[in-house]
Design a protein around this ligand. Structure first.
Ligand code: HEC
Ligand code: HEC
Ligand code: HEC
Ligand code: HEC
Ligand code: HEC
Length: 176
């Protein structure tokens, strides 16, 4: 949240609400602003990373198995979910979406969360091979019930890490 904005309104809020009330108000606004910046799209199935990756301990690479091999790891095919969900809670309503996708021979139309524009070249493989954790770019996915974007992939975000870790900073590396 913009510090100048807080500085401008804090004295005014204090006057009408008292100190603690004003701080609560500011916290409330910060939460609202935070939600606006990172809403995280709703998904066709309310899939929870917290449940699958954290509580059930399924590895990221089990589902995103191309991430160390390809530029675009993509989403797991329906069949992968059904390995478990043919048996686990098969009658649960959201799981019906999986069965239907399978019958129709389509994938689940997941909404994308992270994207870089077409004029930016990004490849997971080299980053994962260098040992960077998924969390450095995606945040604490393990504890998200609904995935949201943790960092905006601005040029600065990429270049700062490249400078700190001897990554390429010439324009052609990312703009080919
Ligand atoms: C390795 C096994 C496994 C795989 C693979 C798996 N799940 Fe699950 N899933 C579970 C288990 C275990 C539960 C908890 C079931 C329960 O609550 O009894 C669960 C629960 C769920 C729920 C209900 C969550 C809730 O909040 O109640 C949904 C929806 C779901 N999974 C969707 C998916 C989708 C979509 C995929 C594929 C991307 C998938 N699962 C892949 C094991 C798996
Ligand atoms: C059981 C399968 C499963 C596991 C395990 C899993 N994911 Fe996912 N992941 C999904 C599905 C399905 C989606 C698309 C729906 C969503 O966004 O929740 C997704 C979406 C994502 C996205 C957002 C993609 C986008 O659109 O930008 C990221 C990032 C991600 N996963 C990272 C991880 C990381 C990191 C781990 C390990 C901590 C992990 N995933 C473990 C199935 C899985
Ligand atoms: C150096 C930063 C970085 C790291 C580390 C990273 N990602 Fe990503 N990830 C991105 C960027 C940037 C995008 C958007 C890519 C695009 O638009 O092509 C993305 C997109 C994704 C997507 C969306 C699907 C797709 O095909 O693009 C998934 C899933 C994902 N990442 C999973 C992971 C997992 C799992 C790991 C750890 C094994 C990981 N990422 C590590 C930066 C990173
Ligand atoms: C966590 C640190 C980190 C972040 C964040 C990061 N990178 Fe990198 N990247 C590196 C390092 C280190 C290398 C050099 C890897 C090597 O040479 O082994 C690299 C290499 C690359 C390369 C050259 C590899 C190739 O395939 O030609 C490209 C392109 C690249 N990064 C694009 C990006 C983009 C675009 C972003 C932002 C969306 C980004 N990176 C974010 C650390 C990072
Ligand atoms: C490490 C990767 C990386 C390098 C190196 C890099 N860029 Fe970028 N650049 C990006 C990303 C990511 C974006 C997209 C920013 C966004 O969507 O907000 C971007 C966006 C841009 C844009 C569009 C305007 C903007 O700011 O969004 C221009 C112009 C640009 N870059 C020029 C350059 C030039 C010139 C160089 C060399 C001095 C360079 N870039 C080096 C990653 C990189």
């Amino acid at each position: 949240m913009d510090p100048e904005f807080i500085a401008r309104w804090l004295p005014w809020l204090r006057r009408i609400l008292g100190t603690s009330g004003a701080l609560l108000g500011v916290a409330g606004v910060a939460v609202l602003v935070g939600m606006r910046l990172h809403p995280g799209p709703t998904q066709p199935i309310p899939f929870s990373h917290r449940l699958h990756a954290e509580l059930k301990g399924i590895s990221c690479l089990f589902c995103h198995s191309e991430v160390d091999r390809s530029a675009h790891p993509g989403m797991p095919p329906v069949e992968k979910c059904l390995l478990c969900h043919n048996v686990i809670i098969p009658e649960f309503e959201p799981i019906q979406v999986l069965h239907q996708a399978k019958r129709e021979g389509k994938g689940v139309p997941w909404n994308r969360v992270n994207v870089v524009p077409d004029f930016v070249f990004f490849n997971h493989q080299i980053h994962v091979a260098r040992g960077f954790d998924c969390g450095q770019c995606h945040g604490d996915i393990r504890n998200m019930d609904r995935v949201k974007q943790e960092h905006r992939f601005t040029m600065g975000f990429c270049v700062d890490c490249h400078k700190a870790n001897q990554g390429p900073t010439n324009c052609q590396a990312c703009h080919r």
